[in-house]
Design a protein. Structure first.
Length: 411
């Protein structure tokens, strides 16, 4: 690093709270991915992580794509099953922040907040999000507006699939994605204090602008977000299914939903879930519609518009062959590594997807750049390790089909 860069990095590190760290050097190429854009990562004393990364795709120089990931979701919101306080928080933040609009994506164990703004408006935007998360913008009038606003539709293509795949745990409780039926302002305030904290949160900023001012601004704002006073609800790992499941979709569904529940493992970088997703994608000949991690392991599922049962048969045969026949060939192993590289390139092609991946991996795995090194890690472990991991993760009895009503001939 040049002398001037070293001095700037040292000054910035000294200006942040004790315990923060700045990685100012450009992150080099990982795997076969073209050289990654420059990136800075900072870990605040509070436990929050801030990542600023340049875009690979075109983005106006004064534009910032922002994603904030918080470590709670609809399956671990520490509320009674079906009360849906995590969904209420998501709706509250989107309504309270106004413009620029903040969008919420609620996952089983993560809440993602996304917005785009100019560089000069980032601190103001973050301040609005923190105010919403701390309850500073919550009063009788705003709470009444929140209840009057239409809730996001609980109709979800994965809803019935989850209920069939994990009927005994929170991951399968579709009601957990809905708002409470009769929430109170005090309940929402209590949840904000209990679960909306800085520890484990990741803020990702994708922009062509200079990183140091943004790191300083983000650090100032996130210091106002206190540590959460509560903990995630206790959970019990659900036993795997004994047989594949095939259930009817809710009325009005147009596509089938077909996929496998991925067995739980100590998947610290998300490598096993990604390996399983890449294997099933190769078998299906297309990318999965949903890949999610949850406390029971994860899921890889496809929307099937053909509705002829062929996709389910294909996936089942691939998993059975993996378990009973030759396993994973060297050619297939190489193809999976190439798929990881292609996934990273696709993510980098969109600043929004790039920010989402950084924030999500930062909160799930404490490793914002986990995806970039995935092919290299599996290459180092070797084909036999990948085959063993796939056999543990993918089991024929974990196949779940949600079948939409068929139209009779002539209808």
């Amino acid at each position: 690093m040049r002398c001037a860069e070293m001095v700037a990095a040292a000054l910035l590190a000294l200006s942040m709270p004790f315990g923060s760290a700045l990685h100012g050097a450009a992150i080099g190429a990982a795997d076969d991915v073209r050289a990654l854009p420059r990136a800075h990562e900072q870990l605040l004393e509070s436990g929050a992580r801030v990542v600023v990364m340049a875009p690979r795709a075109e983005l106006p120089p004064d534009r910032v794509e922002l994603q904030l990931a918080l470590p709670f979701g609809w399956a671990d919101d520490a509320s009674p099953a079906g009360s849906g306080l995590a969904r209420l928080v998501a709706d509250h933040v989107t309504l309270a922040c106004g413009e620029p609009r903040v969008e919420a994506e609620l996952l089983p164990t993560v809440l993602l907040l996304r917005a785009g703004s100019s560089v000069g408006e980032v601190e103001k935007l973050l301040a609005g999000v923190v105010d919403a998360l701390t309850g500073a913008r919550l009063n009788d009038e705003s709470f009444a507006a929140l209840l009057a606003a239409p809730a996001q539709s609980p109709v979800d293509p994965l809803l019935r699939w989850r209920e069939a795949a994990t009927p005994q745990s929170a991951e399968g409780l579709g009601a957990a994605r809905q708002r409470p039926e009769a929430p109170t302002q005090e309940e929402l305030r209590a949840f904000l204090a209990a679960r909306c904290g800085c520890e484990g949160a990741t803020l990702a900023l994708v922009t062509a602008a200079d990183a140091p001012p943004l790191l300083l601004a983000a650090g100032r704002v996130l210091e106002r977000l206190p540590r959460a006073k509560g903990v995630a609800a206790p959970w019990v790992r659900e036993l795997p299914a004994a047989l594949p499941r095939r259930v009817a979709a809710p009325a009005g569904a147009s596509d089938d939903t077909v996929g496998l529940r991925i067995a739980w493992s100590d998947d610290r970088n998300g490598d096993r879930l990604a390996l399983a997703a890449a294997f099933l994608a190769a078998a299906a000949g297309r990318s999965p519609t949903w890949v999610e991690r949850d406390r029971q392991g994860g899921l890889v599922a496809f929307a099937d518009s053909r509705r002829d049962g062929a996709l389910a048969t294909t996936l089942a045969r691939a998993v059975v062959a993996l378990q009973t026949e030759g396993g994973l060939s060297e050619t297939a192993f190489g193809a999976l590594q190439s798929a990881f590289t292609a996934d990273v390139e696709r993510t980098l092609a969109s600043p929004v997807a790039q920010a989402r991946q950084l924030a999500l991996d930062g909160t799930l795995y404490a490793a914002p750049f986990a995806a970039a090194g995935r092919a290299a890690r599996w290459r180092a472990l070797g084909r036999a390790a990948a085959e063993a991991a796939l056999r543990e993760s993918l089991r024929p009895q974990a196949l779940v089909e949600v079948v939409a009503p068929r139209m009779e001939a002539g209808q």
